[in-house]
Design a protein around this ligand. Structure first.
Ligand code: GDP
Length: 427
């Protein structure tokens, strides 16, 4: 890396001084080499030297967070405990700093197993996801009941909301609202989230509305008009995530971090014996509700998930098999959240490290490089890319090259899920 940096500096020096070339190579006129040719050679050298596979430095890689919410006694802590038990896995990774209410889970990805076999790296680093247990939501939270606004401010920081809904009957476990009724529970929570958004909007409108009226400030007027429109929709029970905005409007509302703008997954918590029962009426009701607002539903038995968390990988598979289930609820949840947020994975590979990186679908190569390190984005030159499928089909990087399937992609390349990249950059 040092040689690389040194050479980079020299190359930069030479390139910057192209009009003063004779000072650096006093005899160059004697050789009668055209300066163009020299620069061409230098540039080629320069690009080759800067062929960087993996940088040791870790940047603030895209950290994704989902917040678990729900009324008391619906199974949030049980689910969260299941997550933190899996967390023992994630704790092996250097970046897993975990607060008491934050659990880091590994995003399951079969492709990493193959890459591990092929490269036998010193470190294998999967992509991860954070779940935050946001306790304290009760009816009236937006008015300060329960943990009130403190609770709501926690939700502002998450990328997606997982709402745990009680769909299990158990007379030993009290329901705060008296009886099991998932739709009533969902509405209690959703109303609180909407009221909190309305409060934020009202506060802002109080200030911006006056400014718009007094100074005839066009931007203020636009913002006031947009916020009023959002408020009217909220009052009609329409969450922000279901409203449509153009690009400019999106920019205006983004900083408000409105709670109902966040993607939502309903997590129907069912009893063990209902796991294979397709006809749970509570779950059906949740599905109907979620469908109407384009949200997703995952069924899970938090209790079982918690037990699964205590097992080794192989035992876990056997246990699931015995239950007749292909994938644990937690894995389904992680996958669903990942896809709900429009996320995909690319890989960096080498003998020292194989690593999965999360990016948002639609991101171009320089932005994706920037997830590893901001310098990678700033000085992006190009990316050498092969697809995971091509690597698997050909069996080695060399064979991928021989088959002509290794691509050099530029700044406009839109990264694809499963891309394996070496980035070239220059800072
Ligand atoms: P929270 O208040 O939402 O965090 O709820 P908890 O996770 O503390 O769960 C409340 C109670 O419900 C605990 O006694 C759990 O053991 C129990 N519980 C959670 N999930 C299930 C489930 O799937 N089935 C049954 N029968 N009980 C559950």
């Amino acid at each position: 890396m040092d040689i690389c940096l040194l050479s980079t500096k020299m190359a930069l020096l030479l390139l910057n001084k192209k009009n003063d070339f004779s000072k650096i190579l006093p005899n160059y006129a004697k050789y009668k080499m055209s300066s163009k040719l020299i620069f061409f050679v230098l540039e080629a050298l320069f690009l080759n030297i800067l062929f960087v596979i993996i940088c040791e430095e870790m940047s603030d890689s895209m950290s994704l967070r989902a917040g678990i919410v729900g009324l008391p006694n619906v199974g949030k802590s049980t689910l969260f405990n299941a997550i933190t038990k899996q967390n023992i896995l994630a704790a092996n990774y250097p970046f897993a700093t975990i607060e008491p209410n934050v659990g880091v889970v590994v995003v399951p990805d079969e492709r990493l197993n193959y890459l591990n076999e092929l490269y036998k790296p010193e470190r294998l680093i999967p992509t991860t996801f954070e779940f935050t247990d946001i306790a304290g939501l009760v009816k009236g939270a937006s008015n300060g009941e329960g943990l009130g606004n403190k609770f709501l401010s926690h939700i502002r920081e998450v990328d997606a909301i997982v709402e745990v809904v009680r769909c299990f009957e158990d007379s030993n476990i009290i329901h705060v609202e008296g009886a099991v009724d998932p739709i009533r529970d969902i509405e209690i929570i959703n109303v609180e989230l909407m009221l909190a958004d309305i409060e934020v909007i009202d506060n802002r409108l109080g200030r911006i509305g006056k400014k718009a009226a007094l100074s005839r400030d066009k931007e203020a007027a636009k913002e006031a008009e947009l916020l009023t429109r959002i408020k009217e929709s909220l009052l009609q029970n329409i969450p922000v995530r279901r409203m449509e905005f153009d690009e400019e409007e999106q920019k205006i509302i983004k900083p408000f971090n409105l709670l109902t703008s966040k993607p939502m997954i309903y997590m129907a918590n069912i009893n063990e014996e209902d796991l294979l029962n397709e006809e749970n009426t509570y779950v059906e009701a949740v599905r109907g509700y979620a469908e109407a607002e384009n949200s997703e539903v995952i069924t899970v038995c938090a209790k079982i998930e918690s037990e699964l968390g205590e097992l080794e990988e192989e035992e876990r598979k056997d246990f699931l098999k015995d239950l007749g289930i292909e994938e644990s609820g937690l894995d389904q949840l992680i996958r669903a959240t990942y896809s709900l947020l429009g996320l995909a994975t690319y890989f960096t590979v080498g003998s020292d490290e194989v690593k999965a990186w999360t990016f948002k679908k639609g991101m171009k190569a320089p932005q994706c490089a920037g997830i590893i390190h901001t310098d990678f984005e700033r000085g992006f030159i190009r990316a050498e890319v092969m697809s995971y499928e091509d690597l698997k089909a050909n069996g080695s990087e060399l064979k991928v090259k021989e088959a002509g399937k290794m691509r050099l992609e530029g700044k406009e390349y839109v990264m694809q899920d499963g891309d394996i990249c070496h980035f070239r950059f220059n800072v």
